[in-house]
Design a protein around this ligand. Structure first.
Ligand SMILES: C[S@@+](CC[C@H](N)C(=O)[O-])C[C@H]1O[C@@H](n2cnc3c(N)ncnc32)[C@H](O)[C@@H]1O
Length: 248
């Protein structure tokens, strides 16, 4: 897939701060994601692939916290892959590799020699136009489990949300991002069809009071809703879920 020039994931539009910030300070959602996964499947010595790995922050946190086996990160953006390689070299991390790959490409040959225990993907399915191709990509790596963090909804509805950043004076689109929200039930049905019969999920709850500089822009912040705390970004309430799908 050739990435759209207006996409926020195109090299010329990258928010470098977003990608570097989380390498030095892993996000709360990253920590909770791995803690959720590790409770069910011990990550020690497991070979893991991260799809849409960005600058590698999540795998770096995994390596430094859980002593997994060989880990690979794939992303379509070469700049981010170069950054990931640079960060992991600086931290002298072993058995951590990164490569430029399109995780929506249908025809993948057998990619890797070592047996893959698990595929993870964090905050990436929602920016893709659909998750199916990426789950098929993951399945071809023959993992025992697939664990994702994405925006989901508990009803039978998928939401296709394109966020178009406009120029100040004209209604021209400067940049585009996607915040697609998928039906959990349908996602799980799809995973079951792929052989991942067992599925468990958990909604991510922040314990922090998230703040953003300008609420008229996109950027996560906490709001009180129905007696609890939720995450809002622009006009959207962000329901981040962790879903673990496994074979037995
Ligand atoms: C919101 S970022 C998340 C990055 C990282 N997983 C994290 O948690 O910070 C989404 C990532 O998906 C990558 N991406 C988008 N489309 C892709 C594709 N078709 N193939 C590979 N990577 C893709 C982008 O380059 C970007 O790094």
């Amino acid at each position: 897939m050739k990435i759209n020039k207006k996409s926020v994931y195109h090299t010329k539009n990258l928010d470098h701060e977003y990608y570097s910030r989380q390498v030095s300070t892993p996000y709360e959602s990253t920590k909770k994601f791995f803690s959720f996964l590790n409770k069910k499947i011990k990550l020690k010595n497991k070979n893991i692939i991260d799809l849409g790995c960005g600058s590698g922050a999540n795998l770096i946190h995994l390596k430094e916290t859980y002593q997994p086996g060989i880990c690979f990160g794939f992303d379509q953006n070469k700049d981010l892959i170069d950054l990931a390689k640079q960060y992991s070299k600086q931290r002298k991390l072993k058995n951590l590799h990164f490569a430029v790959k399109d995780i929506q490409k249908a025809s993948q040959k057998k990619l890797l020699k070592p047996n893959i225990d698990g595929v993870i993907s964090m905050q990436t399915l929602s920016v893709l136009d659909n998750y199916e191709k990426t789950i098929i990509f993951a399945k071809k790596l023959k993992p025992k489990f697939i664990c994702v963090n994405s925006l989901f909804w508990e009803g039978n509805i998928d939401f296709k949300i394109s966020v178009n950043f406009l120029e100040k004076k004209k209604r021209n689109i400067k940049k585009i991002n996607h915040y697609n929200i998928y039906s959990i039930k349908h996602y799980i049905q799809f995973l079951k069809k792929q052989g991942y019969k067992k599925n468990i999920f958990m909604k991510f709850k922040t314990e922090k009071n998230l703040k953003t500089k300008d609420k008229s822009l996109m950027g996560s912040y906490s709001i009180k809703l129905n007696g609890g705390s939720e995450i809002k970004s622009g006009p959207l309430i962000l329901d981040w879920y962790f879903i673990l799908s496994y074979k037995n």
